[in-house]
Design a protein around this ligand. Structure first.
Ligand code: HAM
Length: 525
């Protein structure tokens, strides 16, 4: 290796944030904080309390709630097996591989060796305390020991059927053995909130229970402006109580109030009803039949969705499909009486609240748990990823997760997109300056400066106290660069006189003040 190459190798690797993730830095974080503070205060006025749920949950929770055929579950979740038994996994797969490769009784020895190895490894993990001795594990181990005993006695003359019956039993036992759980980074939080509702018996609280949350979510999507792999949501859910249309309207009113407080520009609310368990399947079948008639004219995604989820075809943004989609039957014409009445009442309730909406029959949303009301909000300055909020009703989801049969509705705001839109419309936070920069020189002045910094900070002012002595000229330059409003000049003279010099950096004016007068002066500003 050449000397140059060796030098290059020595250079420590520079790390970068993983694609689709990013750092949020000051002063932008000031805007994030303002948005979050506004959410806390607006949601509290609607009687919501904050819930904080884990960042990872069993994969099964999301698969069951959001749906196996959705993009989120089928393509975008970050999942991993949460256990420390990688070695056991490998030797388990080895047994299964041997069973696949050697299917005649004369080759039994290969399976025996692999199984023997697996049982030894499993017993070792039990002794180490890494594998719990649950009844399922104990029974499975006993079965495998018996199978191994049988296989050890197998001869080339043993009937093949008997041999393959046993090896199949071994495979089933191994596949059913669970020594860890499959977990996923949360792609959204509605499923977690429902899980928490059940786990904490919230049906015993006064209904409905109104909860909100904020925090990071994870989806392995193709990153672009407004679309990240780690993104942030601010969401709210109403669980239990009635499915009165007033609830749907109030939850929408709450998001709109929040956006109003933030002065978000170009806000457009779209609503729809996607029916219920009774009427939607009939509409979906009708849609599928109509789509099959035009299948050849559709792109591959939509063609696939005719089978998996025809409703999602309505979501398509493909230019060539727009004319075809426009001619498809509208769900509003196929709602059952209850759904149609509910939808009409939601619209009336929105009007009572002065919430302006647009009906959008193509708004179906990408997650399986929705029924009846669905809504989406777009805002200015976001390009193609312009949905800042999505939500809807999901009666039945809690029951699907093993809880009581209750109603549910909620929404989630994409905080990254909300911030982008606010920035695009010029709502930038002011650069975070300091109130006071303490320019000190000399030992005695340093002690006084430390005390002054403490007093000023206790009084709520932001203070920059340089750690090392600087010439006054340099200190004032530094104060300017940091955007400080005042420089407090403390030299040995000031300390001896008990009169401190305060310089207003905007106009260069100076005044001499005693310590108590200084605090009074700053407080009055
Ligand atoms: P969602 O439509 O999947 O719904 O997401 C809600 C919002 O999160 C979107 O409108 C968007 O603003 C933001 N978002 C989604 N994916 C990304 C991404 N990759 N990058 C940036 N922002 C993103 C839900 O998550 C439901 N849990 C909402 C809900 C709550 N429905 C009922 N309750």
């Amino acid at each position: 290796m050449s000397e140059g190459a060796a030098k290059k190798e020595d250079k420590p690797r520079k790390f970068q944030a993983i694609r689709g993730t990013r750092d949020l830095l000051p002063p932008e974080t000031t805007l994030w904080n303002r948005v979050e503070q506004t959410a806390h205060s607006v949601f509290a006025t609607f009687g919501f309390g904050e819930i904080r749920v884990p960042v990872f949950e069993p994969t099964e929770l999301f698969a069951r709630s959001i749906g196996l055929n959705t993009d989120v579950v089928s393509k975008e979740m970050y999942t991993f097996a949460d256990h420390d038994l990688q070695g056991l996994d490998i030797s388990c797969s080895q047994v299964i591989r041997m069973i696949d490769m050697f299917s005649s009784p004369g080759q039994a020895q290969y399976v025996v060796t692999a199984l023997n190895h697996f049982l030894a490894a499993a017993n070792q993990e039990i002794v180490r305390g890494n594998l719990s001795r649950t009844p399922e594990v104990v029974i499975a181990m006993q079965r495998l020991e018996e199978d191994m005993l049988f296989l050890s006695g197998v001869q080339a003359t043993t009937p093949s059927a008997e041999f393959s019956y046993r090896t199949n039993e071994i495979r089933l036992t191994l596949e059913a053995m669970q020594w860890g759980i499959d977990v996923a980074l949360r792609p959204e939080a509605t499923a977690s909130v429902c899980r928490a509702y059940i786990e904490h018996n919230m049906q015993q609280l006064p209904q409905p229970v109104k909860l909100y949350y904020m925090g990071p979510m994870f989806r392995r999507e193709r990153p672009q402006k407004g679309r990240y792999r780690q993104f942030y949501q601010i969401g709210a859910e109403i669980l239990g109580g009635t499915d009165s249309p007033a609830i749907d309207a109030e939850v929408i009113e709450m998001v709109m109030t929040f956006f109003d407080k933030l002065e978000l520009q170009g806000v457009q609310l779209d609503i729809n009803s996607i029916g219920c368990r009774d009427c939607r399947p009939k509409y979906v079948e009708l849609l599928r039949a109509e789509l099959l008639k035009v299948k050849d004219k559709l792109g591959p995604d939509s063609q696939r969705r005719i089978e998996t989820n025809p409703l999602r075809v309505l979501d398509s943004k493909l230019e060539s499909e727009q004319k075809i989609i426009e001619k498809l039957p509208h769900i509003a014409d196929h709602l059952c009486n209850d759904c149609a009445t509910h939808y009409a009442a939601v619209k009336r309730q929105l009007e009572l609240r002065g919430v302006i909406y647009r009906e959008n029959w193509r708004l179906v949303r990408g997650l399986d748990y929705y029924m009846r009301t669905t809504f989406e909000i777009t805002a200015a300055g976001l390009g193609s990823q312009n949905a800042v909020c999505g939500g809807g009703r999901y009666d039945g989801l809690v029951e699907l997760l093993g809880g009581p049969s209750i109603k549910g509705i909620g929404f989630a705001i994409g905080e990254d997109r909300l911030i982008l839109s606010l920035q695009e419309s010029g709502k930038l936070p002011a650069q975070q300056g300091r109130d006071v920069y303490i320019a000190w020189m000399g030992e005695k002045a340093h002690a006084t400066a430390i005390r002054a910094a403490k007093d000023l900070r206790n009084a709520g002012f932001s203070v920059e106290l340089p750690p090392v002595e600087q010439k006054f000229g340099k200190a004032l330059g530094q104060a300017d660069k940091l955007g400080a409003r005042f420089a407090l000049i403390l030299g040995d003279n000031e300390v001896a006189e008990g009169l401190w010099t305060l310089k207003t950096l905007a106009d260069g004016s100076q005044q001499k003040l005693t310590e108590p007068d200084l605090l009074d002066f700053l407080r009055k500003l």
